[in-house]
Design a protein around this ligand. Structure first.
Ligand code: AMP
Length: 407
């Protein structure tokens, strides 16, 4: 990783130099009166701050910013390249200054930096190369450039992009490994969906957008239920659970799996009530029998007609393209009771990966066609932005989170 003052060594730069005389119990030991010692510290600290600024300037000068690639809820993303080598491309995510936050930095940006640093080193997690601030105090995240769009583009471009079970197996393998890595490092992503799965030039799928991520090392801590884009949100969060686990991400992974197969969102609810109704209709009504304790959740309400939990036969009709083993794995990700839902590790041990067909090698996976981005943008407009789900992501929910306690 590049040596960024803001990412790599924030504390080093703020430490007073080691040559300062030690202080014991508030009594100056170097023979200087307290005020003189204070002045000495200030004088020594000043060059340290200048050094930080210089390091930030050096970091910023390593990159040249180019055209705009896209816009998210809290950032604009630009193409960039290394000043020394224009063939080394990066994506520069410039965080919008937000006055309502202390220091103007959205909590999403802080989460993204924190968790991308923590999860470094996995092939299926986007790389954060560096961070620097620009002259207007804007924070810039220098990310790995992923030029081949995202999984949503491929799923939707039914006219031009054809793919089969071997391709789905390859993409699902990459997604499952990414989630296993997050959970193994006690990080919940909390916004898994096809358009957060970006594609590298060599076909590798990378999990991106960690703006809603959080750590779940302490099981006793209450967390917000208001995360994950609605179509991919599990029943426990729809019922207001405040204690949850990696199972929330697994449900979303299952819905990405289903969407890859049918090439349309499987449970596209227009509201939370409709989302619950769709889950009940397609997967089954959560009851005390299939999910002990569910009726105690604060916002538990289900339609009065109880639908029994769907068996494998029902799924085979719609999702049979991935074979019996694939459908078995799918049904295990969509178990209503989060305690009985499959884990990422168990997913990786499932027999489907070893069954035929073998996953497509990443270089041979289908790629987006020219103009796919424009077409997708037009589609999204027609659907009134349903995919981005404004009431869930960013502007309202994430920013209400109390980042101080990293909820
Ligand atoms: P985000 O704020 O992460 O949702 O990014 C907004 C848009 O910028 C995305 O929908 C992509 O089109 C584009 N984008 C974000 N990150 C990258 C990246 N690393 N490489 C290429 N394009 C990106």
């Amino acid at each position: 990783m590049a040596n960024s003052p803001l990412v790599a060594r924030p504390t080093d730069a703020l430490q007073p130099p080691k040559s300062l005389p030690p202080s014991s119990g508030g009594t100056p030991s170097g023979g200087l009166p307290r005020s003189a010692r204070g002045q000495q510290i200030a004088a020594l600290a000043r060059p340290t701050m200048d050094l930080m600024e210089q390091m930030n300037e050096d970091e910023k000068n390593k990159y040249i910013k180019g055209k705009k690639l896209g816009e998210g809820t809290y950032a604009n993303v630009y193409l960039g390249h290394s000043r020394l080598d224009s063939s080394t491309q990066v994506a520069i995510k410039k965080i919008k200054v937000q006055k309502e936050y202390q220091d103007g930095i959205a909590p999403d940006a802080i989460r993204e930096m924190k968790y991308l640093q923590k999860l470094r080193g996995h092939a299926n997690i986007i790389i954060l190369h560096s961070v620097f601030s620009s002259k207007d105090q804007n924070l810039n995240l220098v990310l790995e450039y992923l030029p081949l769009g995202d999984l949503e583009m491929l799923i939707r471009d039914v006219d031009h992009v054809r793919y089969g079970a071997a391709d789905i197996k390859a993409w699902m393998g990459m997604l499952t490994r990414a989630i296993w890595w997050c959970h193994d490092n006690y990080v919940l992503h909390r916004d898994i969906k096809p358009n957060n799965l970006l594609i590298a030039a060599d076909g590798e799928v990378k999990l991106a957008d960690f703006g809603l991520a959080r750590s779940f090392a302490d099981p006793g801590v209450r967390m917000t239920a208001n995360v994950i884009t609605r179509w991919y949100r599990p029943p426990e969060l729809l019922f207001g659970a405040r204690h949850y686990s990696g199972a929330v991400d697994i449900w979303s992974v299952g819905l990405v799996f289903a969407e890859l197969i049918i090439r349309a969102p499987y449970l596209p609810g227009n509201s939370e009530v409709e989302q619950i109704a769709l889950i009940c209709r397609e997967i089954g009504t959560p009851t005390e029998e299939n999910w002990p304790g569910v009726t105690q959740l604060k916002e538990y309400t289900v339609p009065s007609d109880v639908v029994p939990v769907a068996g494998k036969d029902k799924y085979m009709g719609r999702f049979g393209a991935v074979g019996s083993d694939g459908v078995d794995l799918l049904t295990k990700t969509l178990v209503l009771d989060p305690r009985r839902r499959i884990t990422a590790r168990e997913m990786l041990e499932h027999r489907w990966w070893k069954a035929d067909p073998k996953p497509t090698p990443k270089h041979d996976l289908p790629k987006k066609t020219a103009g796919a981005e424009e077409k997708l943008a037009a589609d999204l407009k027609r659907r009134n932005g349903m995919v981005e789900d404004d009431d869930v992501r960013g502007s309202k929910v994430a920013r209400k989170l109390d980042f101080g306690t990293a909820r």
